[in-house]
Design a protein around this ligand. Structure first.
Ligand code: MRU
Length: 336
């Protein structure tokens, strides 16, 4: 597939350079830093977001914590603690940090630790790029005909390796003349669909329109949606899947309207330590994300809010889960 004109992040001249997703699509600003603290803040503020991308960024950040270190063990421990507490739901963060930690624990001469951990972070990054290509390939199997697809949140290059997860399938299917139109849910309250998915669809010249999250039911009732594909932040062994708030609504709507509902994610999003979705920790974000829009107050701050950033879709509502390994159909059992 032809490369994008923008990139999510890259490691160059000893620094991580990443696009600031909070100001897209109106501004394409890149942030350059070699500070793990700055990257941790970037993850919390959603400058860097999307489950696989959070993992990649955290791996680079943990390696960077040793760049100018005089006290490797202590610096590593501080950085690990800071990064592991940035966001609780996407399991990719913990997968990447554990992988870097295991590597660190095997290092004999800690004077080489920065280079060794940086090489491991680059491997994690490369692996996620490859997974994206394979997800795109496996995802073609869900198309019976040229289709209209609805998606939620953002699952493209801005959220993962390569061309992303669900987005990589959409792009590959479009390139194979299997997509007529993409409906992008705006994705309240932080508008990842309106701002980021639309940006990526536009850059890739894929026909799309943006709809409010609450219009998805009407689109389905009018027979305009052939299938829904979203990403995931954590998948339990039975297939229960956490994803951006509103995904569960979509799965219920699909069930009612008899529309296939698919999840696409790399195997690094499967949490092999949990049997079902009840064990997934859901992130709750600041009420200000509802009462303010771009820093402008639209409701008094003291109003009570309900702000889960993710929901869990029960596996029986998911027609299929596409990973780099295969297309899995309900019932799921990811134990290996
Ligand atoms: O809060 P965000 O923007 O990090 O949430 C991201 C999502 O929910 C994505 O759908 C998910 O991470 C899949 S990314 C390929």
């Amino acid at each position: 597939m032809k490369a994008n004109s923008y990139y999510n992040l890259k490691f160059e001249s000893g620094k991580l350079i990443y696009i600031d997703q909070t100001v897209l699509p109106l501004q394409e600003n890149y942030i350059s830093t070699d500070s793990y603290v700055r990257i941790a803040e970037g993850i919390e503020r959603l400058e860097l977001r999307g489950a696989p991308l959070i993992g990649i960024a955290a791996a680079y950040a943990l390696a960077l914590s040793l760049k100018n270190s005089q006290d490797f063990k202590n610096d590593f421990e501080q950085a690990y603690k800071r990064l592991v507490s940035t966001r609780p739901t996407a399991v990719n963060l913990f997968y990447a940090l554990e992988r870097i930690k295991s590597k660190f624990e095997l290092i004999q001469d800690l004077n080489n630790s920065f280079e060794i951990l940086l090489a491991e972070a680059k491997l994690i990054h490369k692996q996620e790029d490859e997974y994206s290509d394979r997800i795109a390939h496996n995802g073609l199997r869900i198309f019976q005909k040229k289709s209209n697809v609805l998606t939620h949140c953002n699952t493209g290059a801005l959220a993962a390796g390569g061309f992303g997860t669900a987005f990589a399938i959409i792009k590959h299917a479009f390139d194979n003349n299997l997509i007529s139109h993409v409906f992008a849910d705006e994705t309240r309250p932080l508008l990842q669909g309106l701002r980021l998915t639309s940006f990526e669809l536009d850059k890739n010249e894929i026909p799309f329109s943006i709809n409010t999250d609450s219009s998805a039911a009407v689109l389905m009732q009018q027979g305009k949606v052939d299938l829904v594909i979203t990403g995931a932040d954590r998948i339990a062994l039975n297939g229960d899947s956490a994803n951006k708030i509103g995904t569960y609504n979509l799965a219920i709507l699909c069930n009612y309207h008899n529309i296939p509902f698919y999840i696409a994610a790399p195997s690094t999003t499967i949490d092999r330590n949990i049997a079902n979705g009840s064990e997934i920790q859901i992130e709750y974000r600041s009420g200000k994300e509802l009462t303010e829009v771009k820093g402008i107050k639209v409701a008094p701050e003291h109003y009570s809010t309900f702000t889960p950033a993710f929901d869990v879709t029960p596996s029986h509502l998911i027609t299929g889960i596409i990973t780099e390994e295969d297309l899995f159909l309900f019932p799921y059992n990811f134990i290996r």
